[in-house]
Structures are given as C-alpha cells and as structure tokens.
Ligand binder design. Structure first.
Ligand code: CO
Ligand code: CO
Length: 315
C-alpha cells in the first residue's frame, strides 16, 4: 500500500493498530474502523450481536466512544428472515454501545457476511495506541481465550452451540467497560484480541512499542472445554497460520503443555482488550473492571527489556 501521511492522521496503518485516528480539532479525534465476517454461530441473532460487538471493539481498543455505525451485509436473497435477525442482533449491540445505526449497504452473495463500519471519537491526547507499552508495565487481558477452537468443535459436531454458551456470551459482550476503565485509570497501550490470536496481537503491540513481552501461560483465562478440545486436536486452520506467521519471534517454554500453547495462537472473534498498564495502577484497574462486571480479567504477563517484538511464554 502507498504511504498516507498527514499531520492530522494520528494513527495510520503503519503500526498495525486497531483503527485509524484522525484529529479534527484540538478536542476531538475521529476513530474509523470496519470489520465483517461469515457466521461464527448458527443462531442469526447471536451472530449479529457477535459481529457488531467485534466491530465496535476496535473503537474501544483505541480508548474511544463509538458514535455512528453502518451495516455491511452480504446475504443470499432467499434468506431474508435470517438476515432480519442478524441485523436486529447487531442493532441491539449498537444501542447497548449508545451509538447510532444510520444505514449501510448490502450485496447479494451466496455466502452470508455481516459486520459494521464504526465511527468513534476520542480526545486527541487520550488515544490509546498499541505503540506505547513500556518496560515494567503489567499486561491485563479482559476476556477468556478459546473461541476459535470451540466454534471449530461445534462445526465438527463434537460440541453443540449450547455447550459453548460461555464463549457465545463472551463474544457478544462489548468491550465498553474495558475502554472506559482504561481511560479512567490511564494505561500505556491497548489492543483487542481477534483473528491473529492472543500472541499475534500481543506481538503487534510489542513490535509497535519496541519492547519484549513475557507471558505467564498459567495465568491466562480460558473458556470451559477449550483445553479438552485442543487436546483432541480440534484446531482451526487459522491457528496454524498464526503460529507459522509468528515464527521465531515467540518462544514457548517446554513446560507449557501443548494444548495450552495451542490456545495462545487460537484466532479469536470479539476477544478481550489486552492492556499494558503501569504496575502501580494494575490493581486499581483490575478492581474497577471487576466492579463493572468484567469478571474474567487477569494479569497475564509483563513488558520487559529485550529484542523488540519478541515474546517469551513461561508456565
Ligand atoms: Co483490533
Ligand atoms: Co479489526
């Protein structure tokens, strides 16, 4: 892609951040993002909720407030009833975000796809990028891992959608409280965990910030049944792609069980926020998040000196 630069462009595509950020005035910067994908669950209403929560998350990951959303729809014309449910599910999440759904665009397609383009705002001096994690920071993760493995198990008919209720609830949950509390407490950096998996997005943060990360695998929050499924080898294709893409930048200690290591590369849908926060503020942040109902929030590692963009995973 050609290089786009402007003094008002606060975050462009060069740091692999979650959204673009453009300074409109001294008080207001615009956050712009877009995300859509194929159904991750059969229930159309839940799919709509999850896709919308996932798209809104990139605004939250920048510390922003979503204000306007547009539907992006590809759908078979004979499936209008399902589409209605998808759109209602998505609209419900936009409402929960206190944003406005103002339109969208649809094309006919044999393979359904849905998502949102979201516009948000943030104070230009309060943008939370993924590029300012600093040595000594503690890493906080706000949602449990394993949605890729669990939805793969459902597609493989090993589990039913009822079995993965915790994963569905987690994917449909907004990262709103996470964004609000990280602004209240003040954090160094943040991103959300999505398709590149926990380690993929952690690595982007490490690279953009010019730091190394140390992850404690035993402290990572996991969804129920994830380790069982990983032990059975029910791993999505994206997991292997994520692992080979990261290559030698990630070193996993031999003491980390194989199934647990697999989960660290699992592509997530609508995952949690990964925040780098000053060690002195970490317990306040954790307390506030729990008070807001973000119950599975955990300290999962820390920012250390080392080769920029590298991660070591210990047990
Ligand atoms: Co993101
Ligand atoms: Co995205």
């Amino acid at each position: 892609m050609p290089d786009f630069r402007d003094e008002r462009l606060l975050i462009g595509s060069d740091t692999m951040d979650d959204a673009g950020v453009y300074k409109l005035t001294e008080e207001i910067a615009l956050i712009q993002t877009l995300d859509f994908f194929t159904p991750i669950v059969d229930d159309p209403h839940l799919f709509g909720q999850i896709a919308a929560a996932n798209a809104l998350s990139d605004v939250y990951a920048m510390g922003g407030v979503p204000i306007i959303a547009l539907n992006i729809v590809c759908f078979p014309s004979e499936d209008i009833d399902r589409l209605t449910e998808v759109l209602l599910g998505g609209a419900q999440k936009v409402k929960e975000a206190d944003a406005l759904l103002v339109g969208g665009h649809s094309v006919e397609d044999t393979e359904p796809k849905y998502g949102l383009s979201v516009t948000g705002t943030v104070h230009p001096l309060k943008v939370v990028s993924n590029a300012l994690a600093k040595v000594g920071d503690v890493l906080v993760l706000t949602k449990p891992l394993g949605t890729g493995i669990l939805t793969t198990a459902v597609k493989g008919r090993i589990l039913t959608e009822a079995d993965i209720g915790a994963a569905i609830t987690s994917m449909a949950a907004l990262n709103r409280a996470g964004a609000e509390e990280m602004q209240r407490v003040g954090v160094s950096a943040a991103t959300d965990i999505t398709g590149f998996g926990f380690l993929g997005h952690a690595r982007e943060m490490a690279q953009a910030s010019g730091v190394a990360l140390e992850i404690q695998a035993s402290s990572l929050p996991l969804l129920p049944l994830v380790l069982d499924m990983a032990e059975m080898g029910l791993l999505p294709g994206g997991l292997h792609a994520n692992r080979s893409h990261l290559g030698k930048s990630v070193q996993v200690d031999g003491e980390v069980p194989t199934a647990l290591a697999d989960v660290l590369f699992d592509p997530q849908t609508s995952g949690g926020l990964l925040m780098a926060v000053d060690a002195d503020k970490a317990s306040l942040l954790m307390e506030n998040l729990k008070g807001r109902g973000v119950l599975e929030v955990s300290i999962v590692g820390r920012v250390v000196q080392g080769v920029a963009g590298t991660i070591s995973v210990k047990m």
